[in-house]
Design a protein around this ligand. Structure first.
Ligand code: NAD
Length: 256
C-alpha cells in the first residue's frame, strides 16, 4: 500500500527545488498532486511526466502566494477538480540578504510577505475543508535559519523564525480538529535558491563545514522528511520543527 494513496496534496513553490521534489515523491506514494508557483516548472521538475502518469495532477503557474484572492481561487479549483486537500506543503520562498541598516523596507516586506504571510494565506484557505473533514497535515518549509541567526540575512531569518512559531500556534489552534501542523528546517540544499553559494568557493566550503555530515543536502532528502510528516506514520507528530540539516544545528566542530 502506497503511503499517500487516496490523498490530495497542494504544494506551493512546486516548480522547482524542494517543492518539486515533494511533488515527485508524493506522487510516487500514490497522492494526487496540485502544485502552484510564480514560474513554470523548471526542467527536471517533472510535471509533464507526472501529469502523463496521472492526469488528475494539477499545476497553476503565475500564482503569487502573496495574493490572497489568487490562493483562494486556486484552493477552490483544486478542491473542485482534484479533490479535497489532505496535505498542504508551503515550499514557495525567496532568500533575503542585508543587515538592518542597509536593508530597504520594501525588501524586508517582500521576504516577509512571501515566506511568512504566503504560508499563512495558503493555510488559511486550506483549513476550512480540513476542519470540516476532521483531518489534514500542513507542512511549512522553514529553515535552520528559523532556529539560529545568520549574519547578513535579517529578513530571511525573521521570516523563517516566524514560520517556526506560526507552526506551533497552528498546531495548538487546530489539533482538536484533527489537523497536524509541522515545519521542516533544512540546512544547505542544492536548489536554484542557493545557486549563488555554489558560485563562491570559500562561502560554499564554510557552509558545507557547518554540517556534521560535511556535505549539502538534496531536495529529495527534504522531500523524504516531508513525506513522513504528510503520512499517517506521523499521526502523533504536530507542532514540530524537524531539522533536515545534516547536523548543522547539532553544534560546532573543529575543522582544519
Ligand atoms: N535551498 C536551501 O538551502 C533551503 C534551506 C532551507 C530552507 N529552504 C526553503 O525551502 C523552500 C523552497 O526553496 P528551494 O530551495 O526549493 O528554492 P527554489 O528557488 O528552487 O524554489 C522556490 C520556488 O518558490 C517560488 N516562489 C518564489 N516566490 C514566489 C511567490 N511569491 N509566489 C509563488 N511562488 C514563489 C519560486 O518560483 C520557486 O519555484 C523556501 O521556502 C526556502 O526558503 C531552502
Amino acid at each position: 500500500m502506497s503511503r499517500l494513496e487516496g490523498k490530495t496534496a497542494f504544494i506551493t513553490g512546486a516548480a522547482s527545488g524542494i517543492g518539486a521534489a515533494c511533488a515527485r515523491r508524493f506522487a510516487e506514494e500514490g497522492a494526487r498532486i496540485a502544485g502552484c508557483d510564480l514560474q513554470k516548472p523548471l526542467p527536471g521538475a517533472d510535471w509533464s511526466a507526472a501529469e502523463a502518469a496521472a492526469p488528475d495532477h494539477w499545476f497553476r503557474d503565475g500564482l503569487d502566494v502573496r495574493d490572497e484572492a489568487a490562493i483562494q481561487d486556486a484552493v477552490a479549483s483544486v478542491e473542485d477538480k482534484v479533490g479535497p486537500i489532505d496535505i498542504l506543503v508551503n515550499a514557495a520562498g525567496v532568500a533575503g540578504v542585508g543587515p538592518a541598516h542597509d536593508l530597504a523596507a520594501e525588501d524586508w516586506d517582500r521576504v516577509i510577505d512571501i515566506n511568512l504571510k504566503g504560508s499563512f494565506l495558503s493555510a488559511k484557505h486550506v483549513l476550512p475543508s480540513m476542519m470540516a473533514r476532521g483531518t489534514g497535515s500542513i507542512i511549512h518549509v522553514a529553515s535552520v535559519e528559523g532556529i539560529e541567526g545568520m549574519a547578513g540575512s535579517l529578513s530571511y531569518n525573521a521570516s523563517k523564525g516566524g514560520v517556526v512559531l506560526m507552526t506551533r500556534n497552528m498546531a495548538l489552534d487546530y489539533g482538536t480538529a484533527g489537523i497536524r501542523v509541522n515545519c521542516l528546517c533544512p540546512g544547505l540544499i542544492e536548489t536554484p535558491l542557493t545557486e549563488i553559494v555554489w558560485q563562491a568557493d570559500e562561502v560554499l566550503r564554510q557552509m558545507v563545514s557547518w554540517h556534521a555530515l560535511n556535505r549539502p543536502g538534496k531536495p529529495e532528502e527534504v522531500a523524504n522528511a516531508a513525506l513522513f510528516l504528510a503520512s499517517d506514520e506521523a499521526s502523533f507528530v504536530t507542532g514540530h520543527a524537524m531539522v533536515v540539516d545534516g547536523g548543522w544545528t547539532a553544534g560546532r566542530r573543529f575543522t582544519s
